[in-house]
Design a protein around this ligand. Structure first.
Ligand SMILES: [Zn+2]
Length: 265
């Protein structure tokens, strides 16, 4: 087991506001309902509400982004097809020990609020607030997690991939490519070229923040970069200068499980 200090992934609330972290493309492995090119460009983002400044608060908030082990996290749906809701629940609980997963956390789905996590299907894209940041969003009508492209016909692999990824953010995980352990030498010209166009249409500052700025080591628990992580998104080889690439990961990696088991014992 690696010590928690060796591993980077817990999001540490830094500055403020809607920190948009680029996410995972949504291409499908195997035969999906939609052609891969229709979903590969869809990136998840993960964010946190504004946080108080100051070292002390910040130190506390580092712990705050991570749930206490054995927490019961309450979850409700603001909208959505009951079939889709059920499929989301089935995948989400795979993080938890109750369902044989690595985290000593309880996901309690409730019919009504108030709940910690509120899921919507009405907004574009897939995204989530990171960790306990959801508790700072007090408006009971405001989602803290969104699934923009799941429908009753979506295949199971895609449900598993996108739901485990978003719930990874919800338990405090950041995108693996922002791991300060490094390992990725970006071909910035190519990344900017691809992400500044459709469907993302990101500005240069957004691309720079989401792609090229890793989290600081002191703000996160981390280990080496895990190209198999559910929190990694596809990195084409032409986006890097050192032959690093990552494919479309659709399930928890061994390292995901080991790390989360350690963080939520
Ligand atoms: Zn993400």
């Amino acid at each position: 087991m690696k010590s928690s200090a060796e591993r980077l992934r817990w999001w540490v609330p830094l500055v403020s506001a809607l920190v948009v972290v680029a996410g995972l493309a949504a291409a499908r492995a195997g035969a999906g309902q939609e052609p891969a090119e229709k979903t590969t460009g869809r990136w998840c983002f993960a964010w946190t509400p504004a946080l108080p400044k100051g070292a002390e608060e910040r130190a506390a908030l580092v712990k705050g982004a991570k749930w206490p082990s054995a927490s019961k996290i309450t979850i409700s749906f603001l909208d959505g097809d009951p079939v889709v809701q059920r499929k989301v629940m089935e995948q989400a609980v795979k993080w938890t020990r109750e369902a044989g997963g690595p985290a000593n956390l309880i996901f309690e789905f409730r019919r009504d609020g108030p709940t910690d996590i509120r899921i919507s299907f009405k907004n574009p894209g897939s995204w989530s607030v990171i960790g306990t940041g959801c508790r700072q969003i007090v408006d009971p009508g405001q989602p803290t997690m969104n699934f923009g492209w799941l429908d009753p016909a979506t295949d199971e692999t895609e449900y598993r991939r996108v739901v485990l990824h978003e719930f990874g953010h919800a338990i405090g995980l950041i995108h693996e490519h922002q791991n300060p352990a490094g390992g990725i030498q970006w071909n910035q010209v190519q990344v900017v070229k691809d992400l500044s166009g459709p469907p993302n249409n990101w500005s240069i500052p957004v691309i720079s923040h989401n792609m090229f700025e890793p989290y600081a080591a002191h703000e996160t628990n981390f280990t080496k970069v895990d190209s198999k992580s559910i929190m990694m998104y596809p990195i084409p080889a032409n986006w890097t200068l050192n032959q690093f690439s990552a494919g479309l990961n659709t399930d928890l990696s061994d390292l995901d499980k080991a790390f989360v088991r350690e963080q939520y014992p």
